[in-house]
Write a protein that binds this ligand. Structure first.
Ligand SMILES: Cc1cc2nc3c(=O)[nH]c(=O)nc-3n(C[C@H](O)[C@H](O)[C@H](O)COP(=O)(O)OP(=O)(O)OC[C@H]3O[C@@H](n4cnc5c(N)ncnc54)[C@H](O)[C@@H]3O)c2cc1C
Length: 389
């Protein structure tokens, strides 16, 4: 039995980033079921940071996190964590009201956005169908960031170990018990750990972890998203294309290593599991790519799916469970777990150890009650949330 100050279940971006911060306050162990780092959502993301997703709280968390990516802490990672990639939100005639609402929402957080015409969109991404029947107006955000998720995960793991923390891979938590003031956690392999604070950062599995611990569920809903990768037409250099997203949230694409990643922005309810792409969603992704661009998909080079998990209001959650002392929720990062990770990790540190709420977060409209789990228990869990990202 190993005794530490903080046990973190889940070694995705949420668990690792929070664990690295918690090392300032005691001994930390991260227990991760898989052998490979980033095997689930954190390794299946398209790793973009932008203001075109989520509500004001998500945008606030994104804004607060940017400094970490742009000026990473000294010695954190030997390579840059991000590079600028402009993002373009396009509207067909029918999408113009949504595009206008998107502009208003983004403008609160960035002044790097401007309206662009169909001709300007065509110049930025020649494959787009523009003009009547296609994209007629767009928003160009020159502050989009393409993140390096692999470097990020490796660097958080390195920071954890450098501060005497441990990342234990290939250990699936099988049982959790409250004994006295502590949580006792046992893996399938029979190892056990105990700590007064247990951070539940198990991604799509957080409600399963809660059930093991006898804690009320948070009502997490994992939703599957599909990505396809296609080659551009011979001789077409896509490296400078922007991240393109429709205002209707039914398609996005971005360049990656000379190829094109595309998604139908699907959100298919799923179970916590090793998500796999379904044939229908792959075909739908290809259809959307051909609908919004002049590209024709003759071969799909690669495809994958991953889970984006949401609570009812679609805002990431951090805080102690109201019904279980020492049980800390870090859940529901949805489709923005990478771009909000630095802010959420700082929030975990201060809520778990009693630190002061940063003025910077308050100025961005993010308050403790914005993220604390209490808000989810005070309202019907599956209320119809507006889909914003
Ligand atoms: C296709 C796709 C595109 C995305 N694009 C973006 C994007 O552009 N920008 C962005 O910011 N976000 C994006 N996201 C969302 C982002 O990937 C997630 O929000 C983020 O990865 C969630 O991190 P996590 O640590 O909570 O989950 P995970 O990475 O899934 O980590 C949870 C970990 O818990 C472990 N675990 C579960 N049960 C147990 C157990 N019993 N014992 C031990 N360990 C356990 C799992 O093995 C897993 O490794 C995207 C997601 C997908 C799927």
């Amino acid at each position: 039995m190993t005794t530490v100050d903080f046990l973190v279940i889940g070694g995705g971006v949420a668990g690792l980033s929070a664990a690295a911060r918690l090392t300032r306050h005691g001994r930390v162990v991260v227990i991760e079921a898989e052998e490979a780092l980033g095997y689930h959502s954190s390794g299946r993301s398209v790793s973009f940071s932008h203001y075109g997703i989520g509500d004001a709280a998500v945008r606030g968390l994104t804004a607060y996190s940017r400094a970490f990516y742009e000026q990473q802490p000294e010695g954190f990672c030997p390579t840059p964590l991000c590079r600028v990639m402009p993002s373009l939100y396009l509207g067909t005639e029918e999408m113009l009201p949504s595009l206008e609402a998107l502009y208003q929402g983004m403008a609160v957080f960035t002044d790097a956005i401007e309206w662009v015409s169909d001709a300007e969109m065509k110049a930025l991404c020649p494959a787009l169908k523009t003009g009547p029947g296609g994209a007629v107006r767009g928003i160009l955000d020159t502050s989009g960031l393409k993140l390096d998720s692999d470097a990020l995960l490796q660097s958080f793991a390195r920071a954890l170990r450098a501060a005497d923390g441990e990342l234990l891979q290939g250990r699936r938590v099988a049982s959790i018990q409250r004994r006295g003031q502590d949580w006792h956690v046992r893996s399938e392999t029979g190892e056990s750990w105990t700590a007064p604070v247990l951070v539940n950062a198990a991604g799509a599995w957080v409600d399963k972890i809660a059930a093991m611990a006898g804690v009320a569920p948070i009502g997490l809903e994992p939703k599957r998203r599909t990505i396809i990768v296609v080659d551009p037409p011979a001789g077409t250099d896509v490296r400078d294309w922007p991240f393109v997203h429709t205002a209707a949230s039914d398609f996005y694409m971005l360049p990656e290593a000379g190829q094109i990643l595309a998604s139908p922005v699907d959100e298919v309810p799923d179970d916590p599991r090793d998500a796999q792409p379904e044939e229908y969603d792959i075909a739908f992704a290809a259809d959307r790519l051909q609908h919004y661009t002049t590209l024709s998909v003759s071969r799909i080079a690669h495809r994958w799916a991953g889970l984006r998990s949401f609570v009812a209001d679609r805002v990431p959650t951090a805080g102690f469970a109201p019904d279980a002392p020492g049980f800390f929720w870090l859940a529901g990062q949805g489709g923005y777990g990478l771009q909000t990770a630095p802010a959420m990790a700082e929030i975990v540190e201060l809520l778990a150890t009693g630190g002061d709420w940063p003025q910077g977060l308050t100025d961005l409209g993010v308050l403790p009650e914005t993220v604390r789990p209490e808000r989810l228990f005070a309202q019907p869990k599956h209320s119809a949330a507006v889909r914003t990202g």
